[in-house]
Design a protein around this ligand. Structure first.
Ligand SMILES: N[C@H](CCC[C@H](N)C(=O)O)C(=O)O
Length: 334
């Protein structure tokens, strides 16, 4: 907001406090917007710098992050009995802003609870308000790494409407099981666009699947097949590319290649909701409560016909860190 003219901060020596979290392996740096205002002139450059998997923020397990969540708590809502409201802005490793992020929302809600004590948080995102309920870890090992909670996020109503995804503007019908750049996908908006491809068996009869029956989602070379779909003309704003395979009654495997990360992530919450929504639409399951397993763990989702979807899973606090603000002032050519 204000021009940063404090005499104390010399260029290059500024740092901003952050907390690293992950939700089933999808990892984020959480920064209080109040700390960043005036100190981080370029949020995109900040995210590019610290999210880099080779040169970014150092962690116990992995270097870098899948994004930076800038959080702006509405102070007038804190300290009472009601939900705390906070604006969540996800800046991705390529400096783009994503309208929504399911796993990020869990981490953001956990962060707000830690700051304010609130068990219910309303996150304002470009995709709409997302209500989150935070409770202590599901009891398996409350002390594991010290700081794990379970968060249920209301994820809005998924949409196949071409204008919502969005699809190319000469497109009036939903894109359901169509070939896009060699992959048979269904396009759905779960706050962000997903192109979902089912591999493996399509239903209990076991004989409607495409090639890849044997290995499910792991048999696919995602880094090879996803980029052409992610950039296809069908998706004017790009798409996350999500693979799914039914593994049992109400259970699915998932892998997602994310726009903005430009690579596979260990988990993707909007993608998990997309898997359930598309599974329903295609008649692959009749259940509305599902377990979706990306590489980083298992997410519980609900996809009722007449109510918003929900996403439930862990959010784990990893560490606190002071992040230097990269020098990328107007004079710098970068
Ligand atoms: N990982 C996030 C999705 C980020 C969305 C982003 N990659 C985009 O649409 O550009 C999730 O858990 O839902």
């Amino acid at each position: 907001m204000s021009e940063s003219t404090e005499p104390s901060a010399s260029a290059g020596a500024r740092t901003v406090p952050a907390v690293k979290y992950h939700g089933t392996g999808n990892d984020f740096l959480v920064v209080d917007a109040a700390d960043a205002d005036g100190r981080v002139p370029d949020r995109g450059a900040f995210a590019v710098h610290h999210c880099d998997r080779e040169t970014g923020v150092e962690g116990a397990e992995r270097t870098g992050a899948d994004g930076v969540l800038f959080m702006d708590i509405e102070e007038s809502t804190a300290g009472g009995d009601g939900p705390v409201t906070a604006t969540m802005t996800l800046v991705q490793p390529d400096a783009s802003i994503a309208a929504m992020c399911g796993n990020g929302a869990r981490c953001a809600a956990a962060w707000v609870r830690e700051r304010t004590g609130a068990d219910v948080v309303e996150l304002e995102t470009p995709a709409g308000v997302r209500r989150a309920e935070i409770r202590d870890g599901d009891g398996t090992d409350a002390a594991a790494a010290g700081h794990e909670v379970t968060v249920e996020v209301e994820m809005g109503r998924p949409s196949f409407d071409p204008a919502d995804v969005p699809l190319a503007d000469d497109r009036y019908d939903p894109l359901i099981e169509e070939d896009v750049e060699g992959l048979t996908v269904t396009a759905v908006d779960t706050g962000v666009p997903h192109a979902v491809a089912f591999v493996d068996r399509g239903d209990d009869s076991g004989d409607t699947g495409d090639a890849g029956d044997a290995g499910g989602v792991d048999a696919v070379d995602l880094d090879a097949v996803a980029p052409p779909v992610r950039h296809a003309d069908a998706f004017p704003e790009g798409a996350n590319v999500t693979l799914a395979a039914r593994t049992g009654d109400g259970t699915f495997d998932q892998r997602t290649y994310e726009r903005g990360v430009e690579g596979e992530t260990l988990a993707c919450g909007t993608g998990a909701v997309a898997v359930g929504t598309v599974a329903h639409r295609l008649g692959i399951t009749g259940r509305t409560d599902l377990a979706v397993s990306p590489p980083g763990g298992t997410l519980r989702i609900t996809v009722p016909d007449d109510a918003p979807a929900t996403l439930t899973g862990p959010a784990a606090r990893e560490f606190d860190v002071d992040l230097p603000v990269p020098e990328s002032g107007p004079e710098e050519g970068e």
